[in-house]
Design a binder for this molecule. Structure first.
Ligand code: DC
Length: 200
């Protein structure tokens, strides 16, 4: 069982994807972290993004440094390089095949990484709602950039992720869209669980 959860930044897809994995007992992969790791390494070393992507090991890795908006923006930049995407593809597909099932969240899981996924969910919300959530999240981490700066950053990232030539952010034709603008986390998770149950 493969569950693809795609959508723009700060729409709630990570929260929903994690909750689905827990609910159904499946593996979980936040594919944005892979691009963030490449982005962070580029910022630190100014090395070649494709070489860095090729040498990324698959050990679980997370770090507060990866969550900053600066790293998110650089992740979005390196993610527009086709060779970087190609270098990260095999690992994502291998992960998706793990038994008894896997939930992957990202931008292109339902369209490119796992076009045959049994369940595809596209999580979205208005840019203002997403900016507010991201702003609150950053504030809780001690990084307050201001609401309007956060909204500008969200818009720039949407624009870059949606308009790149390879694997742009786009709902798969067979994806179920969940707009979380006016939903609580609990309601959004419950809606996603129903989508999976209906497909099973
Ligand atoms: O989900 P996130 O904000 O952590 O992702 C950071 C960036 O990585 C995002 O702006 C675009 C890129 N990304 C991608 O191109 N494809 C994915 N499957 C996941 C993330």
């Amino acid at each position: 069982m493969i569950i693809a959860v795609d959508g723009p930044a700060a729409a709630g897809k990570g929260t929903i994807a994690r909750a689905l994995a827990r609910h159904f007992g499946y593996h979980f992969l936040d594919t944005g972290t892979l691009y963030r790791r490449v982005g962070l390494a580029v910022l630190k070393s100014a090395g070649d993004a494709t070489e860095i992507a090729r040498s990324l090991n698959d050990s679980p890795y997370d770090d507060a440094e990866l969550r900053t908006e600066e790293v998110g923006a650089m992740a979005s930049v390196v993610a527009s390089i086709p060779a970087v995407r190609q270098a990260l593809l095999a690992y994502q597909r291998e992960f998706a095949g793990r038994a008894p099932g896997a939930v992957l969240d990202g931008r292109d899981i339902g369209t490119v990484v796992c076009p045959a996924a049994q369940v595809k969910i596209y999580v979205t919300a208005s840019p203002e709602v997403r900016a507010k959530r991201r702003w609150e999240e950053l504030k809780s981490l001690g990084m307050d950039a201001g609401f309007s700066t956060t909204l500008d950053e969200i818009r720039i990232r949407d624009e870059r992720d949606s308009n790149r030539a390879v694997a742009p952010l786009l709902p798969a034709p067979d994806a179920t869209i969940i707009d979380t603008s006016d939903m609580t986390i609990e309601a959004a998770v419950a809606a996603a669980v129903r989508v999976v149950e209906l497909a099973a």
